[in-house]
Design a protein around this ligand. Structure first.
Ligand code: SF4
Length: 505
């Protein structure tokens, strides 16, 4: 039985060959991942890690006309206060109504943990449906009900006929996975099991009347349009500006582009199966969903890394174009766009050339951006990926080929990042959201690895990345002054040894 048929999705820890603890080289990492030694690695000391539920919520809160039901003790939903504002902004940036996200919690008490929370969950789902009349109710299953064994799938199955909304369960207890990226699979598993992803006659299209003299022509037209329609899979780290840039390039090749699944409504999600190709923006986000759509609807997919920097963008475009026999057009487009972008970035190159940079964050983005910046003359001191799995092999083979001497680590631990910054003293750190405060306290210039209010992909993206780096180099006084007044929570002796001394086999 395929895991798509299970009520509860697999976590990345069991679905893929992966790891979260490594220090060495890019090719060493690829080798270690293939041989399985990465699975054995851990640490003698860990700081707190992020919970996959947070990322599942980041995705679910973007879906239009939905309500979140947290099946949890009160604390697990705290993040929703800020996520609601974030999702409203994302909607506004895409021309949608910036509504806030209604959310409820079953607020499990000690008595519920002993006696079970299924009744409370059923009542909360029905209340959400009556009160908010949503199209989708996301039931977010956290640690407590998963530990006590609440049969959420059965509650959801029984609730479905009693409510007008579609009920989608998201099983994302933090304790089940060491890899936050499991949240992507959780979200897509809920969507593919709880929603209809293919168009309904009359709601989404009008079938031609039988015997209509025109129906052969209409059928051909429909098939052609479908074959030229591309679904591009977005995620929380991809902003509206990046979507616009990707759409601009693919539209220039004559393709029709739609973005899923964030910022989509239930009606829009029914059109998922109406496409000739699914395109990934990053395999960490969407390989689970793309493989499902191939298995269920026979839709081919392209996973070709991230279009960051000139070489990766060209490769990404050519891979998509190759599916449609449009390689020549894509090559011409890339030549033209690259010519324009290279002229535009010229004034920045002098100011960044030779600067040393430490890269930290998501595995595909961090590897792609490191090689892209190195090709523009920056000196990459180190690459630190939050996790690694077999899907990132092509990216790290490329890193190994182009930056063979650059140290590569797999770490989501802030104490290791602090150590690296203190000992390597890079001119710049490019790092995942949420870490900027820690870097500022060290007095080192830094920019975000991604930021949904800005552009990172393709030609406008590389211009914007360099522009931000140049701006950061000119505005260092805040960080310098902050670092002079901050006392770090580490003894000086901690910085004497290797940054990754706690990693063990
Ligand atoms: S780890 Fe468990 S208890 Fe903690 S926030 Fe995540 S789901 Fe809730």
């Amino acid at each position: 039985m395929s895991y798509y048929e299970n009520g509860i999705p697999p976590v990345r820890d069991s679905r893929l060959k992966m790891g979260d603890s490594y220090s060495g080289s890019a090719l060493g990492l690829v080798e270690c991942g293939r041989e399985g030694c990465l699975l054995q690695k851990g640490r003698g000391f860990w700081q707190a890690n992020a919970c996959q539920m947070a990322l599942s919520l980041m995705m679910a809160t973007t879906v239009e006309n939905s309500v979140i039901v947290m099946h949890a003790p009160g604390g697990c939903g705290a993040l929703l206060h800020s996520l609601s504002a974030q999702s409203a902004k994302g909607r506004a940036q895409r021309g949608k109504t910036p509504a806030s996200v209604p959310w409820l919690s079953t607020n499990l008490s000690e008595a519920d943990v002993i006696g079970g929370g299924e009744k409370k969950l059923r009542e909360t789902i029905e209340y959400a449906d009556r009160e908010f009349r949503p199209e989708i109710i996301f039931v977010v299953v956290t640690c407590a009900p998963s530990i006590i064994g609440d049969d959420v799938e059965e509650v959801v199955r029984q609730a479905r006929p009693a409510v007008s909304a579609d009920v989608v369960s998201l099983h994302c207890p933090g304790f089940r996975s060491r890899v936050v990226a499991s949240a992507y699979d959780t979200f897509y598993h809920g969507i593919l099991r709880g929603l209809n992803l293919s168009p309904e006659p009359r709601a989404d299209f009008r079938p031609p009347p039988e015997g209509c003299p025109d129906d052969g022509l209409a059928e051909k037209k429909y098939r052609y349009q479908k074959s030229r329609t591309v679904n591009v899979w977005n995620a929380t780290s991809i902003g509206a500006a990046d979507e616009k840039e990707v759409e601009r390039l693919l539209t220039a090749l004559g393709l029709k582009v739609r973005f899923f699944a964030e910022y989509s409504s239930r009606d829009e999600l029914r059109l998922v199966a109406e496409a000739g190709l699914n395109v990934s923006m990053c395999n960490v986000h969407d390989d689970y969903m793309l493989k499902y759509l191939k298995e269920k609807y026979g839709i081919p997919y392209v996973i070709a890394g991230m279009p960051i920097g000139f070489r990766h963008t060209r490769e990404w475009l050519l891979r998509i174009a190759g599916h449609f026999g449009l390689e020549k057009q894509a090559g011409t487009l890339a030549d033209h766009e690259e010519g324009l972008a290279r002229r535009a970035i010229e004034p920045f190159l002098e100011q960044v050339r030779g600067k040393s940079v430490l890269m930290c964050g998501g595995v595909v983005r961090v590897g792609s951006e490191a090689t892209a910046l190195s090709e523009l003359g920056l000196n990459v001191l180190g690459i630190r990926a939050y996790h690694y799995d077999e899907g990132a092999e092509p990216v790290f083979e490329d890193v190994g080929e182009n930056l063979p001497d650059t140290p590569v680590s797999v770490s989501n631990q802030l104490f290791e990042m602090t150590h690296q910054i203190k000992t390597l003293r890079p001119d710049l750190v490019i790092s995942h959201n949420g870490t900027q405060g820690y870097i500022a306290k060290l007095g080192v210039p830094s920019i975000q690895l991604f930021n949904v209010d800005s552009s990172f992909f393709a030609y406008s993206g590389i211009y914007q990345i360099l522009r931000r780096i140049v701006f950061e180099f000119k505005n260092t006084s805040y960080r310098e002054r902050l670092s002079r007044h901050i006392k770090l929570p580490y003894r000086q002796s901690y910085f004497d040894g290797d940054a990754f001394k706690y990693i063990k086999n």
